[in-house]
Ligand binder design. Structure first.
Ligand code: MG
Length: 458
């Protein structure tokens, strides 16, 4: 496998038995074990067909470096992250490819705080891996492997501590959970039932071929959930991604709401209790979160795109709430990582405490229209384009933390970012009307194309 880097924005990812073979996972685990140096490491996995194979290889690699390994089988990623802290582990390894297609898998490494390692530590593991600085233990210092059976119970109990379970129980909510054949069904239905909800499940059998729907909970994949919510007259529908750290909601009318809106709802009620708090969110998030923060006295700290950046920024600034437009909400009083079950509990908590239905709560938020576009751009021109673009728009209200985001007076905005994986630039325009969003998108697509033409002829 020819790689300059092992870790991408979300751990190590690849196609099972192509890039992610057992030998590869074994050597990655030698490097992880060497990095942790004989510590206690917990391993979990999502429901992918290659999960057990890769978990066993990682287990062998870690014990061979003298680490003590604790396995917990099929668990949501946030449950594994919680277990790292709860059981005072030195680190954790999650075998998951989150929302990627079924043939993929991945390896995420958590520090002792349950959050994925910061980039500088990933670089250390990469150095050990590529330079083969593995430190295998002597025969009499090889690690043991133990299993921990109650990770889910501990996690569910922890989530419940942060909401008013008595208020939720009184409402007897009916909730439809679509875990998309992922590991979310291991924890979320249990949590909801323990809070007195009537739970109906869809795609609840863990199946690594994901026969029910693709593992990413995008609106186009959630039609079945939406119609079931309506048919059975449920109060709420929840769709999780493959490893259950993201949650997308459907209201009682069967309307699917993208993550920007549930994040803004949680942020609003959080700020109503704790005004002046800072909310951490990537620059790709909607103007909606800015509106909510302004109205309820909070501040926004924009970050680069990526969940690890959000988590690490929250830890650094001691912020309690973070969120992403894709349905990932980070609630630090529980843990500063995306957590689908915690997010669902927070939404139910708001419903119970206000006595309002989800459609009503979300209807109180402003509406924005988003238009997305892309312009092809050779990889070697991406950086030059960024420099030219920044020079061109420097007199506007611009943030260049990740790509270029321009805010306009009428609350519209555009984000122009190079794709990390493909030879193109992505554009996201947002405005109060669809027409304005389209106009903005077309205008900047033209600007980007003109710069590329100019760079090509230089
Ligand atoms: Mg995920």
């Amino acid at each position: 496998m020819k790689l300059k880097r092992l870790f991408g924005t979300n751990g190590i990812r690849g196609v099972a038995n192509r890039e992610l073979t057992p030998e590869f996972a074994l050597e990655v685990a030698y490097a992880i074990g060497t990095f942790f140096g004989k510590g206690k490491i917990i391993i979990g996995r999502d429901g992918r067909t290659s999960g057990l194979m890769l978990a066993k290889a990682v287990n062998a690699g870690l014990t061979s470096t003298g680490c003590q390994v604790y396995t917990c089988g099929l668990v949501p990623t946030p449950a594994l992250q919680y277990a790292v802290k709860h059981y005072r582990m030195d680190g954790g390894v999650m075998i998951t490819a989150s929302h990627n297609p079924p043939q993929y898998n991945g390896i995420k490494v958590m520090a002792r705080d349950g959050v994925e390692l910061p980039r500088e530590k990933e670089t250390k593991i990469e150095d050990i891996f590529f330079n083969r600085k593995f430190q295998l233990a002597e025969w009499n210092a090889i690690g043991e492997a133990y299993s921990i059976p109650d990770v889910i119970e501990v996690y569910v109990k922890a989530v419940k501590k942060h909401v008013n379970t008595a208020a939720i129980r009184e409402k007897h909510y009916k909730v439809v959970v679509d875990s998309g054949n992922g590991v979310g069904s291991m924890a979320l239905p249990k949590l909801l039932r323990e809070m007195g909800c009537k739970v109906l499940t869809l795609n609840a059998n863990v199946d690594g071929t994901f026969p029910g729907r693709p593992p990413e909970p995008r609106p186009e994949n959630l039609g079945e959930l939406a119609s079931i919510v309506k048919t059975v007259k449920a109060d709420l529908g929840v769709a999780l991604d493959g490893d259950a750290d993201r949650a997308i909601f459907v209201d009682e009318k069967g309307q699917i709401h993208w993550g920007d809106r549930s994040f803004a709802l949680v942020a609003k009620h959080f700020l109503m209790k704790k005004p002046k708090e800072t909310i951490i969110t990537p620059i790709s998030s909607s103007q909606l979160i800015k509106d909510v923060a302004e109205e309820y006295g909070g501040k926004i700290l924009w970050t680069r795109v990526g969940s690890i950046t959000v988590s690490r920024t929250m830890l650094k600034t001691k912020s309690d709430l973070g969120g992403e437009e894709n349905g990932g909400i980070f609630y630090a009083p529980h843990q500063p990582v995306r957590d689908g079950a915690m997010t669902t509990a927070l939404v139910l908590n708001i419903m119970a405490q206000t006595g309002k239905r989800l459609s009503e709560l979300l209807g109180e938020l402003p509406t924005y229209y988003i238009e997305k576009g892309k312009v092809e751009c050779p990889n070697e021109l991406k950086q030059k384009l960024l420099v030219e673009l920044i020079a061109k728009v420097k007199d506007l209200n611009v943030d260049t933390i990740d790509g270029v985001k321009i805010w306009f007076e009428d609350k519209s905005s555009i984000l122009i970012r190079p794709s990390g994986t493909e030879p193109l630039y992505r554009l996201y325009a947002e405005a109060k009307t669809k027409q304005r969003a389209i106009t903005l998108l077309k205008k900047y697509e033209k600007t980007v194309r003109a710069i590329i033409r100019k760079l090509c002829f230089q």
